[in-house]
Design a protein around this ligand. Structure first.
Ligand code: GDG
Length: 546
C-alpha cells in the first residue's frame, strides 16, 4: 500500500499509484515470518553491516526497572522495531535513558542516570559500546550516544517534543520553536552522525534511521559518506505545508531528510504532504536563489510502509497460561465478573484523545443508566514525557475528570471507570484485551496506532469490537472497526452503544477481517518491504554501495 515518488535533482517524477487493497496471504503470496525476513535480509545484504539509529535504544531485560513492568518498552517505535533488530542483527545506536555510560558502581552514586556528560568522564557525544544482547538470535550490538543534560533538554524535551511532535499532529497544541532548542537538536544530530560514521567506517553498511528526533542525520551522513545506503522511517504524521511553515527551521529539516535514499511514512497521505512541502520549498528556493536547489546527484524515494506488529507473538502471549492467570487476577481484583468491559490503552499523551474518551463515557452512562453496576471501563494511560508540564497537567486533568464521573455515576460498590497511570506488564495488557467487549482508540491524530492492532491480535476468539479514530493510520487498514471522529464526542458514545449491542456473529465478521489484514500486513512484511525497496534503489545506483 502506498505512494511512491522519487525526488530527482529537485524534480518530482515517477509517481506510482497507491495500491489500495491489501491482498490476503495465499500459497502464491505467503505470509511474512521472522524466518522469511531473516533469509531476505541475509540474501539481500549479505555480510553488510546493518545499523539502526533511534533516539532511544532498547533496554536489555535486566536493565528495565525504570521502564514498563515486565521489561517491555512503552513506545510504539520500540514495540515495532525490536522484532526487526532481532532478525537483522547488526547494531542499534541510540541514547540510553537509564545509563549515562558510567560503570554500575559510578552510576549508583548519580541518582538520575540520564546521559549527562557531567564531568564523570563522559563527554557530550561520546559513544560507548554498551552491551551485546546475546540472548537474541542473531545477536545485535547496542551503542550508547551520551548526551549532556542541557542538550538533551533542548533536543528531546524542547525541539522534538514541544516543537516537532505538536507540529506534526493536528491537535491544536501550539508548537514551540526556540532557537536554543534547535541548536541543541542540531548538535545532538551531529553526535549521532559521528556515532554512525564510526560504526560504518570501512564497512559496506545500511543505515536505518527512526523518527522525528533525527531529521538531520541522513543529510549529515551523506556529506561525509555519500555512498552509504540510508533509509529513514518517520513514525508520526507529516503535516500540511501551511502548518509545516510555522517551523522556522523546516527548510533545513526537509534538506536533511532528502539525504535519505529511502524515506518511509505510515500512510500515502503523509507521503503526499511531504512531497508537497518539498515541491513548494524547492520552488521558493529556486525563486530566491535559482542556483541553490537540492544536490543533483541525490535521489530520495518516498513511500508509505504501514507499520505493524508481530501478530503471532501476541497470539502466543494471549493463549499462554500467564494470560489466563492475569485475566483471573483482573476479574477478581476489580470485581469484573459478568460485567461489560470497555478498555483503552495508551501513553498519557494529548494526541490520544483521553479526555474526549472519558467525556464520551459520561454521555454513555447518562444515556444508559441501566448500565449502572454492569459496566466498567478500564483505562491504562502510562505516564510519559513527565518532564513537560503539559503532560503532567494532562494527568491531573484526566484524574479529576475520572473522579468527577465516578462520583457522579458510581456508588460504594461500583465505579464505572478504573484509571491506572502506572506501567503494566504486557501480559496484563493482553489479559484486559481478552476480557473486553470493546476497545476504544480515540486519538486526535496518530501516525499508525499499534494498540488497535494489538487488541485484534489478542482476540484469538474473534470476538470484541474495535472503536477506532478515523485520524489514525490504522483506520486505513482496519475497516472492520467502528470508526469515530474523536472530536464529535457523541459519536464515541454512540459507537460504544453500538459495540455493547453488537451480536457475536457481527463481532466475528469484523474481527476476522481485521485479524486477516494484520496477519498479512505484519511487522515482518513491513521490514521486508523496506529491505526490498532498498534493494531496488541500490540496483539503480550508478556506483555500488561501499
Ligand atoms: C508512535 C506513533 C505509531 C502502552 N501502555 C503500556 C504499553 N504500551 C504499549 C502499547 C503499544 C505502545 O505502547 C504504544 O504504541 P502506539 O503505536 O499506540 O503509540 P506511540 O507510542 O505514540 O507510537 C504511533 C508508533 O510510533 C509506531 O510507528 O503507531 O502512531 O505515535 O505497543 O502496547 N506497554 C507496556 N505497558 C504499558 O503499560 N508493556
Amino acid at each position: 500500500m502506498g505512494q511512491e515518488r522519487k525526488l530527482d535533482g529537485g524534480d518530482l517524477t515517477g509517481l506510482l499509484l497507491p495500491q489500495q487493497n491489501l491482498a490476503l496471504a495465499s500459497p502464491s503470496n505467503p505470509s511474512w515470518t521472522r524466518e522469511r525476513l531473516q533469509a531476505l535480509i541475509k540474501s539481500t545484504f549479505g555480510q553488510r553491516r546493518v545499523v539502526i539509529v533511534a533516539n532511544r535504544r532498547p533496554q536489555p531485560a535486566s536493565q528495565t526497572e525504570a521502564g514498563a513492568a515486565g521489561g517491555q518498552p512503552v513506545s510504539g517505535l520500540l514495540s515495532a522495531l525490536i522484532p526487526l533488530i532481532e532478525v537483522s542483527g547488526g547494531t542499534w545506536i541510540g541514547h540510553d535513558d537509564n545509563d549515562n555510560g558510567l560503570t554500575a558502581a559510578q552510576a549508583k552514586g548519580n541518582g538520575n542516570g540520564r546521559g549527562k556528560g557531567n564531568g564523570n568522564g563522559q563527554a557530550n557525544g561520546q559513544i560507548n559500546r554498551q552491551a551485546i544482547a546475546a540472548t537474541s538470535s542473531p545477536p545485535y550490538q547496542l551503542r550508547n550516544v551520551v548526551i549532556q543534560a542541557q542538550d538533551y533538554e533542548g533536543y528531546y524535551n524542547g525541539f522534538s517534543n514541544q516543537g516537532l511532535w505538536p507540529l506534526c499532529h493536528i491537535t491544536y497544541t501550539e508548537p514551540q520553536f526556540k532557537s536554543a532548542d534547535w541548536h541543541a537538536y542540531r548538535r545532538v544530530n551531529q553526535h549521532f552522525a559521528q556515532a554512525v560514521l564510526e560504526e560504518t567506517k570501512g564497512h559496506r553498511a545500511i543505515v536505518f534511521i527512526q523518527d522525528y528526533h533525527l531529521s538531520l542525520l541522513a543529510g549529515l551522513l551523506k556529506q561525509k559518506q555519500p555512498d552509504l545506503l540510508v533509509a529513514h522511517f518517520w513514525h508520526i504524521p507529516w503535516p500540511h505545508l501551511d502548518q509545516l511553515r510555522t517551523c522556522p527551521f523546516h527548510q533545513e529539516i526537509i534538506t536533511g531528510l532528502l539525504g535519505n535514499d529511502l524515506l518511509g511514512f505510515q500512510t500515502a497521505d503523509h507521503c503526499a504532504n511531504f512531497l508537497e512541502s518539498v515541491k513548494r520549498n524547492q520552488s521558493r528556493q529556486r525563486s530566491q536563489n535559482p542556483k541553490q536547489i537540492a544536490p543533483e546527484s541525490q535521489t530520495t524515494t518516498v513511500k508509505a510502509f504501514p507499520i505493524s506488529i508481530d501478530i503471532r507473538a501476541h497470539e502466543d502471549l494471549a493463549t499462554s497460561e500467564a494470560a489466563i492467570k492475569a485475566m483471573a487476577k483482573w476479574r477478581d481484583k476489580h470485581q469484573l465478573h459478568n460485567k461489560i468491559i470497555g478498555i483503552g490503552i495508551e501513553r498519557l499523551d494529548y494526541t490520544k484523545g483521553l479526555l474526549q474518551k472519558m467525556q464520551a463515557i459520561e454521555i454513555l452512562l447518562g444515556k444508559r443508566p441501566d448500565l449502572g453496576g454492569h459496566f466498567v471501563f478500564i483505562q491504562l494511560a502510562i505516564r510519559s514525557r513527565c518532564q513537560q508540564r503539559s503532560y503532567r497537567e494532562l494527568g491531573d486533568q484526566l484524574n479529576q475528570l475520572v473522579n468527577k464521573i465516578n462520583q457522579r455515576h458510581g456508588n460504594k460498590e461500583w465505579m464505572p471507570i478504573i484509571l491506572q497511570l502506572d506501567p503494566h506488564d504486557q501480559i496484563d495488557l493482553v489479559a484486559i484485551e481478552r476480557l473486553a467487549k470493546f476497545c476504544v482508540v480515540s486519538s486526535l491524530h496518530d501516525g499508525m496506532n499499534l494498540v488497535a492492532k494489538e487488541f485484534c491480535a489478542a482476540r484469538i476468539d474473534n470476538q470484541g469490537v474495535l472503536i477506532l479514530s478515523e485520524f489514525t493510520g490504522s483506520a486505513q487498514e482496519l475497516s472492520g472497526a467502528l470508526m469515530i471522529n474523536p472530536f464529535a464526542i457523541d459519536s464515541i458514545a454512540d459507537a460504544m452503544l453500538q459495540a455493547i449491542a453488537m451480536d457475536p456473529q457481527e463481532e466475528a465478521r469484523r474481527m476476522i477481517a481485521m485479524r486477516n489484514t494484520i496477519s498479512h500486513q505484519n511487522i515482518f512484511r513491513w521490514g521486508a518491504d523496506i529491505v526490498q525497496a532498498l534493494k531496488s534503489i541500490e540496483g539503480t545506483r550508478k556506483q555500488p554501495c561501499p
